[in-house]
Design a protein around this ligand. Structure first.
Ligand code: CA
Length: 241
């Protein structure tokens, strides 16, 4: 029988938790419910899930502190965590990512978005790599030959954009803060303003053309490279002012 990815839902509001449970079941997952941190820990001790869906606001220990705790534990540190946050809580998103969450979903969210985000974090745990080449969506980067191709067509990038894209492709479907990109792409020994990241992201998008839409801006949090392109490519490809 096919393995149905196990999703631990940590959510204290029964109506929301049960709705997510039903949707995940229909979407081909094995949902497991926990209404608080104690129950969540009990489930983790019993069997490791493939993904954790973690509500920010929980009674007792908060989702944030749980995410931090699980990231530190050898047994749980590799499990993707998706945080559920309330609309507009942008400082929360940044704190959630800093605590080690892989991504977040803002309530209220559609079932389709939830399923897509879960599939995305599962995929990003296993990016398609062959030697020095990495592919996400139709975008391929070959580090050995320094070549980038979008749907078979070769693209030209500057050296910083190349490094930036290489990093994003190796860690797709995950939100990266500007500070973390500076650290990982530029190196933490340099002192560069975070605005520099925006400049290079803009150049990267321009150089990528149609594929530029894969580099998403996540308001209040940073950037994400996604293989799930927006449904309206016409709007996404219009040139930036
Ligand atoms: Ca809650």
């Amino acid at each position: 029988m096919k393995h149905l990815p196990r999703v631990l839902i940590v959510e204290d509001e029964p109506a929301i938790a049960e709705l997510i449970q039903v949707n995940l079941k229909h979407g081909g997952f094995t949902p497991v419910l926990a209404y608080d941190s104690v129950a969540a820990q009990r489930e983790l001790d019993a069997e490791l899930p493939d993904v954790i869906l973690l509500d920010w606001m929980l009674p007792g220990q908060s989702g944030l502190s749980l995410a931090r705790h699980w990231r530190k534990q050898e047994r749980t540190k590799g499990i993707p965590i998706l945080m559920l946050t309330a609309r507009g809580d942008e400082p929360d998103k940044v704190a959630g990512l800093d605590a080690g969450a892989d991504d977040y979903i803002t309530k209220p969210f559609s079932t389709q978005e939830l399923l897509a985000r879960i599939r995305a974090v599962l995929r990003r745990r296993a990016p398609e790599t062959q030697g020095d080449s990495v592919t996400v969506g139709g975008l391929t980067l070959d580090a050995a030959t320094h070549r980038i191709a979008w749907q078979g067509q070769e693209l030209r990038l500057g050296p910083t954009e190349f490094k930036l894209l290489h990093y994003l492709l190796k860690h797709p479907e995950r939100v990266h803060s500007r500070a973390s990109l500076l650290d990982k792409v530029w190196g933490d020994h340099v002192f560069i303003e975070e605005r520099t990241v925006d400049v290079h992201v803009k150049r990267l998008r321009e150089a990528l053309g149609t594929a530029g839409a894969m580099v998403e801006t996540v308001r209040g949090a940073g950037y994400r490279l996604t293989g799930i392109l927006a449904k309206t490519p016409a709007a996404a490809t219009s040139p930036e002012p």
